[in-house]
Design a protein around this ligand. Structure first.
Ligand code: NOJ
Length: 560
């Protein structure tokens, strides 16, 4: 863990330096960097901030508007940095605060915005407050900043309630008190190394408003809020009762998720953010039961965006996709927030692999499936996503069409969910394998010192180098799509789509002069040629005003 001092460098980048439209985020394409797996600047096998900084021109050329970085703060890495020990320091494995400062400045100079991850639901068990809470014992005021409770049972040997950790096992761990006896229990919705803060305690709110200011003064353009639906727990921490917790998760409001009280926190945070210039934003990671409940997070005085996990979880199925698109747009319109669209992130199986498998296996799959079909669908899904109104998220490596690495040997796996048994997130290492930059060389250009998770032998052929300038490559498809999106205001703008008549299994919609068709079936389908083909994820043939759209293919047309 870092001993680095927590003072920010002189905040010379305090004002966000990116020029552009004030509402840039409404249709922004935001690229997720998972720092440990993006690029390794110092050759220790682990990605770092310097690695990200040197690759910023790649991201500028790809055509994204902003970069969201998963946590790089001082952390024992019990959950890959989502266990923060110092919110104002960079972990030495990722660099220093000066590296963060350089990264923010360079990004701004290239016209890219930087969004950092904020982890307010829990800290690391190595965070100063938690260490003090343990040391000062039961009844001490420092325990009130977390959820400490006596256990149930004759000798307090049972957890205080029946909640389970998202990573499996009870959501409570019993501590050994300073006098050596077994004592109170503390709540952790994730790993035991991630104790949940008690947001009823005013010091917690004060601390996080101060952390927000620290990073805003550093010049960041926004925050992705981890477990944004989790901070407030139902009064009295009531038992769930006789329910399968796993089946309720994401389908119901839980006593620990999506409680209405979280919105008071966001109203306060919004006031802080609005003191700063430069149109900075918050995006919520909130796994709510419905998009309608997600919309509550993006009311005008709260956050700006929320990830659309209902969309991420939708199968490659035209009817399902159409329903989720309509429902999302209908839910966001009344609150005036942009819809967001996302297919992959560091917590789910990459969509090239999800779509390679039969529907219904969930978002954690450890099967390769049919890779060719998966890639074809993934490419089509990208064009569909980038044609919808609102903002889109791209997870590093999806622009290379990377599949999940499903055959990682157990001895290299690091996801805490794996060690705790059958939790919700059983297998997340497969989407976290460092990405390939070059055809050959140590770790395919990721860095000179190997890679913290082994890369598959065919990774070189999928590298940035191998795909650059290669007609039809997935990387060139992304570049072309993002270039079109930048040129044409009708792509990300607005809050509606006009559906066009289409055969079963096909989605077709118009947005102004622009038409998108996505064929989700395994057969080629005839469609009217709507104008000039702007881009397609497969080969489109046209004759006599009719176009053949191959299986699992999407196409963009322009009437003008
Ligand atoms: C969501 C993050 O995306 C995930 O990686 C992490 O394990 C949990 N929140 C806990 O912080």
């Amino acid at each position: 863990m870092s001993q680095q001092h927590s003072a920010a460098p002189a905040p010379t980048s305090a004002v966000s330096a990116v020029e552009g439209r004030p509402d840039w985020w409404r249709d922004a394409v935001i690229y997720q960097v998972y720092p440990r797996s993006f690029a390794d600047g110092n050759g220790d096998g682990m990605g770092d901030l310097e690695g990200v900084r040197t690759r910023l021109p790649y991201l500028r050329d790809l055509g994204v508007d902003a970069v969201w970085l998963s946590p790089f703060y001082a952390s024992p890495q019990a959950d890959a940095g989502y266990d923060v020990a110092d919110y104002r320091a960079v972990d030495p494995m990722f660099g220093t605060l000066l590296d963060a400062d350089a990264l923010i400045r360079d990004a701004h100079a290239l016209g890219l915005r930087i969004i950092v991850d904020l982890v307010p639901n829990h800290s690391s068990d190595q965070y100063e407050w938690f260490k003090r809470a343990l040391a000062e014992g039961p009844g001490s005021p420092s325990r009130d900043r977390y959820h400490f409770r006596p256990g149930k049972g004759k000798n307090g040997e049972l957890p205080p309630n029946d909640w389970e950790s998202i990573f499996g096992g009870p959501a409570w761990t019993r501590v050994t008190e300073p006098d050596g006896t077994p004592g109170e229990w503390y709540l952790h919705l994730f790993a035991p190394e991630q104790p949940d803060f008690n947001w009823e305690h005013p010091a917690v709110g004060d601390e996080f408003r101060s952390i927000l200011r620290f990073w805003l003064d550093m010049g960041v353009d926004g925050f992705r809020i981890d477990v944004a639906h989790g901070m407030v727990k139902a009064e009295g921490l009531p038992d769930l009762g006789d329910h399968e917790q796993l089946t309720l998760l994401g389908n119901d409001v839980m006593p620990f998720f999506d409680q209405d009280g979280v919105h008071d926190i966001y109203r306060e945070w919004r006031l802080v953010l609005d003191e700063y210039s430069g149109d900075r934003i918050f995006v919520a990671e909130a796994w709510t039961p419905t998009v309608e409940r997600t919309a509550n997070y993006v009311r005008p005085d709260e956050l700006h965006q929320a990830f659309n996990f209902q969309y991420l979880a939708t199968h490659w199925d035209a009817a399902e996709l159409r329903t989720v698109v309509n429902r999302t747009l209908d839910a966001m319109r009344p609150v005036g927030a942009p819809a967001t669209w996302v297919l992959s992130n560091h917590d789910v199986t990459r969509h090239a692999t999800r779509f390679a498998n039969p529907a219904g296996l969930g978002t954690q799959i450890r099967l390769a499936g049919d890779r060719e079909v998966g890639l074809r669908r993934a490419r089509a899904a990208t064009l569909l996503m980038l044609a919808l109104p609102g903002s889109a998220y791209v997870y590093q490596g999806e622009e290379l069409g990377l599949p999940d690495v499903v055959d990682l040997p157990d001895e290299v796996r690091q996801d805490p969910a794996y060690f705790r048994g059958a939790g919700q997130d059983g297998f997340r290492d497969g989407c976290r394998v460092p990405i390939p930059w070059t055809r050959t060389g140590p770790s395919y250009g990721f860095g000179d010192g190997g890679s913290w998770l082994p890369q598959p032998a065919d990774w070189g052929g999928l590298s940035v180098e191998a795909q650059t300038g290669e007609p039809g490559s997935t990387l060139e498809l992304y570049r072309a799509a993002l270039a079109v999106r930048r040129e044409r205001a009708d792509l990300g703008a607005g809050d509606a789509v006009e559906w066009l008549r289409a055969p079963e299994g096909v989605l077709a919609f118009r947005r102004g002069e622009f038409v998108c068709v996505a064929n989700t079936t395994g057969e080629s389908v005839p469609m009217p040629a709507y104008g000039r083909v702007l881009l397609a994820s497969g080969e489109i043939t046209e004759a006599a005003g009719e176009a053949k759209v191959p299986a699992d293919t999407a196409v963009w047309w322009s009437a003008s």
